[in-house]
Design a protein around this ligand. Structure first.
Ligand code: CTP
Length: 384
């Protein structure tokens, strides 16, 4: 993010202040919930504000946005709306309760009061609300003693079924644990392990798993969270599988995807290619270890996506000379092209590609130093 912390802070105050002013002057029952309340208790900044209103969230969001003048998006099916303004997001939701009709599937949602709304949430630390209404401004609703858990640095679920209802909470629990340096409360940890053992992660759609993985890799503490996934046996990952994880979020993300069962996630064609390349990296690294000729290095690395090629020196720093060499070789312009071959009467076929590659390899290995020598070689090849 390019903006400075101090300007973000100033803007945050003004956005939050406008939100609060709007509700204090209205008749609505509104509450700040979730991340903002948790983070301000922890003394951490947050730029997103979750607000729950008792009433029609979308209609109220429209009225609020006439003051904020941000970009409003609403989701009628969930009764929620988001306002984006100055790199802040204000999420408004109608207080709602949820009924899980089948495990690991999205719940049925119905209108409720703030206390019922808090009941449907993931962890005690996220189930705290602060009123921003005129009549009880500042009143805290903390039915699950989330404030005390924040003090004790504990991640605790609200009820026994929580991970079964929504197994994405397994990923969320580990992400919060590492982000805040908290511990899992004993029963929570046991119930999480039970949900993993019962295969609840496998019952999630690939898209929901992918979203959770992206959120994990957006955080600096992703190595700890991935270690935890392996420790608890999520995806049947083993700690040993993580041995060659590259030290950068983006590359580590592809690396992890390459360790998961094939075809379980909805990947685009480009991402699938990158992930397949990561799956092949141990073989590529073994070949690269032995390679010395420039043409061999080029032949090994050029079929790879740039992400996979970059990952090699992160995984094996001793190979960075060779990957640097490859970056230079990529810029080499061939002395001759297909056009020359056609001029010399070659027909486009497999032999045609082979000759082009052969001449380019000789050029990379400095066995041919200029176009004249390349054309001379072509002439002799034609006579054969
Ligand atoms: N929530 C939940 N179960 C989920 C996802 C979200 O109960 N599977 C609730 C939590 O109360 C959470 C709130 O919805 O606090 C908002 O979710 P989200 O934006 O994902 O989390 P934040 O608390 O804002 O935390 P973060 O800092 O990670 O954005």
């Amino acid at each position: 993010m390019a903006r400075s912390r101090s300007s973000a802070k100033k803007k945050k105050k003004s956005v939050l202040k406008k939100v609060i002013d709007f509700f204090v002057k209205s008749e609505y029952h509104a509450y700040l919930v979730g991340g903002y309340v948790r983070d301000s208790t922890l003394g951490r900044e947050s730029v997103d504000f979750d607000i729950v209103v008792e009433g029609d969230g979308i209609r109220i969001a429209r009225q609020l946005n006439s003051k904020l003048k941000g970009k409003l998006t609403s989701h009628a099916e969930f009764g929620t709306a988001s306002i984006c303004i100055n790199s802040h997001r204000v999420d408004l939701a109608s207080a709602r309760a949820e009924k899980y009709t089948s495990p690991a599937h999205l719940p049925h949602v119905y209108p409720s009061t703030i206390v019922e709304d808090l009941n449907r949430r993931d962890f005690t630390i996220n189930a705290i609300a602060m009123s921003i209404s005129k009549e009880n401004f500042g009143e805290i609703f903390d039915p699950f003693e989330g404030l005390s858990d924040i003090k004790k640095k504990l991640i605790r679920i609200l009820h026994k079924q929580s991970f079964m209802d929504d197994p994405t909470r397994i990923f969320r629990a580990l992400r919060y644990k590492n982000r805040f340096g908290f511990k899992m409360e004993d029963d929570t940890e046991r119930l999480m392990q039970e949900a993993i053992r019962k295969g609840m992660v496998e019952r999630l759609t690939g898209q929901r798993v992918l979203n959770e993985l992206q959120l994990i890799f957006d955080e600096d503490t992703y190595p700890d969270t991935i270690e935890d996934l392996a420790y608890y046996g999520v995806f049947n990952l083993k700690r040993n599988d993580l041995r060659l994880m590259p030290s950068s979020n983006d590359h580590a993300f592809y690396f992890l995807l390459s360790k998961l069962a094939k075809n379980t996630l909805p990947l685009t064609k480009d991402t699938q290619k990158i992930v397949d390349d990561f799956r092949n990296l141990p073989k590529v690294i073994a070949k690269l270890n032995k390679a010395s000729a420039h043409s061999t290095i080029f032949g090994i690395l050029s079929p790879l996506s740039s992400e996979a090629a970059e990952a090699i020196s992160l995984i094996k720093p001793e190979l960075s000379e060779k990957t640097k060499t490859y970056q230079t070789l990529r810029k080499v312009k061939p002395f001759i092209t297909g056009k020359d071959l056609r001029k010399y009467g070659f027909k486009p076929n497999r032999q045609y590609d082979r000759i082009l590659t052969k001449i380019f390899n000789m050029q990379l290995d400095k066995k041919i130093m200029n176009r004249k020598q390349a054309l001379a070689y072509l002439n002799t090849a034609k006579k054969k």
